[in-house]
Design a protein around this ligand. Structure first.
Ligand SMILES: C[S@@+](CC[C@H](N)C(=O)[O-])C[C@H]1O[C@@H](n2cnc3c(N)ncnc32)[C@H](O)[C@@H]1O
Length: 222
């Protein structure tokens, strides 16, 4: 069942998008990931918005999954300007969100522009590996991996997540076809007997352990 975006959220989203679209400030971006196919280290906020943010139907999918699952804890690896964070937050405003970003300048802009319940959204500046080192006893119900688009890195983050997820955790992977290595890893994940549910949405992939069900793989065109 799909949940409609509230009028309030639509208005907030429009104003945030408009602000980012025309934000000509240049920031010096520290790249932790596989790099950008289009951007140099000195980047305009508007270019980051155009090239690195979740928008359109995939952003709405984040909203829908958050709303459907109504998770207690959400983990987002890769905040960028916080557009994905915003959709996850408005999908389920009660959820505690932990959004991790390596680049201090980018995170500053995300924090400055975030509109919502700030007591629920924790923006954390860290590289992903260090973040996992400091984690204690937390289980996430919904995880969005959207940074460091390299196949080997993706598999390593899934391994690191092992102790912080459970049977029903939904894990969303962005850009599964961004590069050959990402797509190879996606195929490895589909064939991994540990994941009983895998869904190929072309740009994104969804996975869950769900040991109680037969292994199933779906391909869905959004
Ligand atoms: C595609 S953007 C995230 C977009 C955002 N999730 C959204 O939905 O709008 C990826 C971000 O991940 C960050 N990142 C990539 N690899 C990282 C790493 N190893 N540690 C921390 N941050 C990383 C990058 O700096 C970049 O801002």
């Amino acid at each position: 069942m799909t949940q409609k975006l509230s009028k309030e959220f639509k208005q907030i989203r429009t104003s945030v998008f408009r602000k980012f679209k025309y934000d000509a400030r240049q920031i010096n971006v520290k790249d932790f990931g596989a790099g950008s196919k289009k951007l140099l280290p000195q980047r305009k906020v508007s270019s980051i918005f155009r090239n690195s943010s979740s928008t359109g139907k995939y952003a709405e999918l984040l909203f829908q999954l958050s709303s459907f699952k109504c998770p207690k804890n959400i983990l987002e690896l890769g905040t960028s300007l916080g557009i994905g964070t915003m959709h996850l937050h408005y999908g389920c405003p009660e959820a505690a969100i932990y959004s991790i970003e390596g680049c201090p300048k980018t995170l500053e802009v995300a924090k400055e522009n975030f509109i919502g319940d700030k007591s629920k959204v924790h923006f954390i500046q860290s590289d992903f590996h260090s973040f996992f080192k400091d984690l204690i006893n937390k289980k996430y119900d919904l995880v969005f991996i959207d940074g460091h688009h390299d196949g080997k890195a993706l598999i390593s983050y899934l391994d690191l997540l092992r102790n912080y997820i459970y049977e029903e955790t939904i894990i969303i992977l962005d850009d599964i076809r961004w590069s050959d290595s990402m797509y190879e890893s996606w195929k490895e994940i589909i064939n991994n007997p540990k994941y009983h549910l895998t869904i190929d949405l072309f740009r994104m992939g969804i996975i869950a352990l769900r040991p109680g069900q037969e292994k199933e793989h779906f391909i869905i065109k959004l």
